[in-house]
Write a protein that binds this ligand. Structure first.
Ligand SMILES: [Zn+2]
Length: 713
């Protein structure tokens, strides 16, 4: 009956519209029917700042969209690492790119400001010039897996990458589509179009092309210049009490203007990645939870509101899917508060102890600590002056007092410093360790691959409380108290690309600063906020889908990760990413599946939901849930599809602290009889590593339960 009337209606519509419709009307209709996807990455947004008060536009969409409760960044939780994983749907071990600070000594070239880059030292890669130099040193294959935007372009789709330099650019690092980041507009024709339309260009656009082919207009200015950071009277540490607002407001107002008023209506991109620099930039400066951090968080919602208004104006609501996620969460940089208690900020200076005050510690220079243990370690940086965050102890003593290099003997020039320079010698001596300092985790490269050096580095790291979990390249075999890098899918398949050791700094999820839980040591310089560690804070992020491709009002409790985004988008837009390691998030989709798959997906979702709600009650309940899962498995074992269901059932959240970097899950506990007593379910692997006493004070988890390959048969 209903089908009949639908048929009648469409026949009627055809009679009315069909022969009479003008080509323009047909074109308009085709455009309205086209599928569009816009992905917003809100860099470094705290999951607990995602509130209706801060983000009204987000919640307007979320209420009729899909909210993912258990979404994860890829570890290491750096921007460029997650940018590559979002771009390719793969883990670092497969895409082979190791940002943010990359050690690529074979590379040469100039940065976006057209300054030569010293690649004998690890280089910060949030810059199209640096990305392109490294790309060329990798034979054009910055990532070993094609990006989503490149794949979409090959299918004839129009793409746009807009926003933060580096992170937006890497999405389309071969410059195949429209790119507008803080540094440049690409391609040249697009940059010229923008000029003709009266827009200024990001200042470094001229450096993206051969000299002389593009000239900035006299009144161009610097539309993406950030605001200055307001500092304490030590001139280096930011003032967390400052209320001047988000650092990148001006730049992102400009980028949003161009996106909403020019790119959307004129270029009509099928697929857009809009990578916001905030609240990351402001969090780094002032720390999570501060006035400026919240202002930067709200800025994203304002941009979302402007884009949503434009989509409505263009009548694209019925064809546009919006995906919102982060590259990582954000922690407060602080050392152990029992050694370095929080202090109040008074008159732009550091005051007395205050449990509700601010951090006066957390900065770690890994090369310096390794060197203290007799290793030849270099991070390629000059003298560092980190007067407050190097650590002020309980009694007011500075852990690394400021020294004055009056004659430039230590630093090579006159300056104050708390830590000397660790330039990389040329040539690199045997037994050297090159540290790519990356904030919440550091990469250690051992150029001569000497296993004795790897072991010595591990022993040194394990002896200090600043360092937590240590991941060592599988080529060194098992090392006591460390985990194989392949476990987190970060072991490089190509020699020279990936680090030999990844070390996460120590974090504490039970300390809050400015009302935000989660502190971590970090190797970043004079930053109050950072990320990159293996902490739950840094790894756990948000994900929301809204639009015609997705269900409305679903709260999805299945674990998901940033590698799942590209394959899901590929399914929506009808192209293939066969090398993606993430899964299509089918349970969230309205119309991507055939009948059988939809049924399976729903069943799988229900089962996972049942077990996860049990698991949430207690470790014991979780134990029962896993038994339930096994029963179910025996019952339905047989065809490939029922086996698939069973694997889904084993995806229950594991007891105690659960981390998941994509498809690899870890239940981590230093003393956990419950975990130790768990039987080994199918598809799960139990790994036992030595007890803390055996290897020093800082000890990664003693028992690790890893569920591998679940949800991805
Ligand atoms: Zn980031």
């Amino acid at each position: 009956m209903r089908i009949k009337s639908l048929f009648l209606l469409s026949t009627l519509a055809l009679m009315v519209l069909g022969p009479a419709a003008s080509p323009r009307a047909q074109q308009k209709e085709a455009q309205a029917n086209a599928r569009r996807v816009i992905v917003f990455v809100w860099d470094g947004l705290r999951a607990d700042d995602l509130t209706p008060e801060n983000m009204p536009n987000y919640f307007r969409l979320a209420r009729s969209g899909v909210v993912f409760a258990d979404h994860h960044a890829v570890y290491p939780t750096f921007t460029m690492m997650n940018s590559a994983s979002i771009a390719t749907g793969t883990y670092p071990g497969s895409h082979g790119f190791y940002g943010n600070v990359v050690y690529a000594p074979e590379a040469s070239g100039k940065n976006a400001k057209r300054m030569s880059i010293e690649f004998s030292a690890p280089a910060f890669i949030e810059d199209f010039g640096v990305v392109e130099a490294v790309r060329e040193s990798y034979g054009g294959r910055l990532t070993l897996v094609s990006t989503m935007l490149e794949t979409a372009q090959a299918k004839g789709l129009t793409t746009a990458a807009v926003g933060k330099f580096g992170a937006a650019f890497i999405q389309d690092y071969k410059r195949g589509g429209f790119i507008l980041d803080e540094d440049a507009a690409m391609p040249l024709s697009f940059a010229k179009e923008l000029q003709q339309a009266g827009y200024p260009l990001p200042k470094n656009t001229v450096n993206a092309y051969e000299s002389g082919v593009l000239t900035l207009a006299n009144e161009n200015g610097d539309p993406t210049a950030p605001a200055a950071i307001q500092r304490l009277n030590d001139d280096h540490t930011s003032n967390p009490l400052d209320r001047s607002g988000a650092l990148s407001r001006k730049g992102f107002r400009y980028l949003t203007d161009v996106f909403v008023n020019y790119i959307l209506p004129n270029k009509k991109p099928d697929l857009t990645i809009f990578w916001s620099k905030e609240p990351d930039a402001t969090n780094h400066a002032y720390g999570p939870g501060t006035y400026n951090s919240i202002d930067a968080t709200k800025m994203n919602d304002e941009i979302l509101g402007r884009v949503a208004d434009k989509i409505r104006e263009l009548s694209w609501e019925g064809s546009t899917d919006i995906i919102i996620t982060q590259d990582h969460n954000h922690s407060t940089v602080s050392g152990d508060v029992s050694h370095f208690p929080l202090r109040r900020v008074v008159d732009a200076g550091v005051g007395s102890h205050d449990p509700y005050g601010y951090s006066v510690s957390g900065f770690v220079r890994t090369a310096e600590l390794l060197a203290l243990d007799g290793l030849k370690a270099y991070d390629g940086a000059g003298c560092r002056n980190v007067p407050t965050l190097s650590g002020i102890l309980s009694d007011g003593t500075e852990l690394h007092p400021v020294k004055d290099d009056e004659h430039g003997v230590v630093c090579g020039r006159t300056q104050k410093y708390t830590s000397p320079r660790y330039s990389v010698p040329k040539p690199v001596p045997p037994g050297a360790i090159i540290v790519a300092a990356n904030a919440g985790s550091d990469y250690l490269f051992i150029p001569d691959g000497d296993p004795k050096i790897a072991k010595a580095a591990v022993t040194s790291l394990q002896s200090r409380l600043q360092f937590g979990a240590i991941f060592v390249s599988d080529k060194y075999g098992p090392l006591r108290g460390t985990l194989p890098m392949s476990l987190i899918k970060a072991d490089s398949k190509i020699p020279g690309r990936g680090p030999d050791i990844i070390v996460s700094f120590t974090f504490d999820e039970n300390v809050a600063v400015s009302g935000r839980a989660g502190i971590s040591y970090a190797s970043s310089v004079n930053r109050r906020g950072d990320h990159g560690s293996f902490s739950r804070t840094d790894v756990h992020i948000s994900l929301m889908f809204h639009g015609p491709a997705f269900k409305a009002g679903l709260y999805d409790t299945l674990p998901t990760a940033n590698v799942d985004i590209a394959p899901t988008i590929a399914r929506i837009l009808g192209f293939n990413m066969p090398n993606a390691e993430g899964r299509v998030l089918e349970e969230a989709a309205r119309s991507l599946l055939d009948g059988t798959s939809r049924l399976l997906s729903s069943a799988r979702y229900l089962l996972a939901k049942l077990t996860s709600s049990n698991a949430a009650l207690s470790p014991l309940a979780s134990f029962c849930a896993s038994s339930l899962a096994q029963k179910c498995m025996k019952k339905s074992r047989g065809s490939s599809s029922s086996m698939w269901l069973c694997k889904a059932v084993t995806s229950i959240p594991l007891p105690r602290k659960v981390f998941r970097t994509g498809l690899t899950s870890f239940a981590v506990s230093t003393k956990s009889p419950v975990i130790a007593a768990l039987p080994e379910p199918v598809g799960w692997k139990l790994i036992t590593i030595p007890e803390p006493a055996a290897i020093g004070t800082c000890m990664p988890p003693s028992v690790i339960l890893s569920a591998r390959g679940i949800l991805n048969p």
